[in-house]
Design a binder for this molecule. Structure first.
Ligand code: 8YV
Length: 325
């Protein structure tokens, strides 16, 4: 039965309130079992679709985009990161792309601070000791971690999430250093030290937090050479994209003690993470939970829908249009 509304395919099972609105506004094809599409099955499933609501990890590279039916006019990703969508290939096909900035800033910055604290204070080891019945009781030397207050935090990528992390870290009296494509105005910089050359920031990082998107220039940016420029015993935090870190180099530095610890929420090739991480006690690892609050996931979905509705129902430019760089 045709509803007369544009057809939109949801590649994933989204929160109930988001799917309810999607189904109200559009002729929605939902994915209640949350099965993963590959490029070929996605192209087949989008026959007669005007829009696709997708998420990070979906296969929307140039090959898939080239094989999408002509009916597809818009891809709205339920994420701020859009490295999974070949925006240039979409533009070539006349397909517009939108993302969901702003609404996940606080939730992701919270998780970055959690990763920082979790790694510094050996919380994985402590929690595991307790839950495996190996806690013999308090001792004066048990699980001594690294102090956070007053230390230097270097932030690679001072966009919305980097700035929100800096705000949180200031409450811990951390000294903020950052590197970004451009220097922030003083009211946003709030006294943080800007490093035009990100490599030059590394010697100042007792903690290094990755808050930069995954691009060809950030791919495996945290490598052995750069880890060597960090102070000995530094801590690396990543809540952006796993591909920004060279896993082999990070794991070697965590094993040798060159780095004290790492707090990671994202991984290259997730969910099949580098097996070397599983047995490393000095890691605090989370399964890509940066935006995982009910409020945030709803807000992301509603933002994706604001964009789809603007373009497909009202013929307007989507408010969060992503342009090919
Ligand atoms: C999302 C994220 O939950 O928005 C992003 O870029 O990394 C996550 O917090 C996920 O990517 C959903 O698509």
């Amino acid at each position: 039965m045709t509803t007369g509304k544009p057809r939109v395919l949801a590649t994933r099972h989204f929160p109930p309130d988001v799917e309810a609105r999607l189904a109200g506004s559009f002729d929605a094809i939902l994915n209640p079992e949350d099965r993963l599409y590959d490029g070929a099955s996605l192209a087949k499933a989008t026959i007669d679709c005007a829009g696709i609501m997708c998420a990070a990890g979906d296969p929307l590279g140039a090959d898939t985009i080239a094989s999408l039916p002509q009916s597809v006019r818009m891809i709205a990703t339920f994420s701020v990161g859009y490295e999974h969508v070949d925006v240039a290939a979409a533009a070539k096909r006349g397909i517009v792309v939108s993302n969901t900035p702003d609404v996940l800033t606080d939730a992701t910055a919270d998780i970055a601070m959690l990763c920082l604290l979790g790694a510094a204070r050996r919380t994985h080891e402590g929690a595991q000791m307790l839950r495996t019945h190996h806690w013999v009781g308090w001792t004066p030397t048990q699980l001594m971690g690294v102090h956070v207050t007053g230390k230097r935090l270097g932030i690679l990528g001072m966009g919305r999430i980097g700035q929100a992390l800096a705000d949180r870290a200031r409450a811990f009296r951390m000294q903020i250093h950052y590197s970004n494509r451009s220097r922030l105005p003083a009211e946003l910089e709030k006294g943080a030290v800007f490093h035009a050359d990100p490599d030059a920031m590394l010697p100042y990082c007792d903690f290094l937090s990755i808050n930069a998107p995954m691009t060809p220039s950030t791919h495996k940016w945290v490598n052995a050479e750069r880890i060597g420029k960090l102070p000995k015993g530094a801590i690396v935090v990543n809540t952006a994209r796993g591909g920004v870190v060279d896993d082999e180099a990070l794991i070697a530095a965590l094993k040798s003690g060159r780095l004290a610890a790492a707090g990671l929420d994202v991984f290259d090739g997730e969910p099949k993470i580098h097996p070397g991480y599983y047995d490393l006690a000095n890691t605090f690892l989370l399964p890509h939970m940066g935006s995982a609050t009910i409020e945030t996931r709803n807000a992301m979905g509603f933002k994706a829908l604001d964009n789809l509705e603007a373009f497909l129902l009202r013929n307007q430019t989507p408010p969060d249009l992503v342009k090919a760089s």
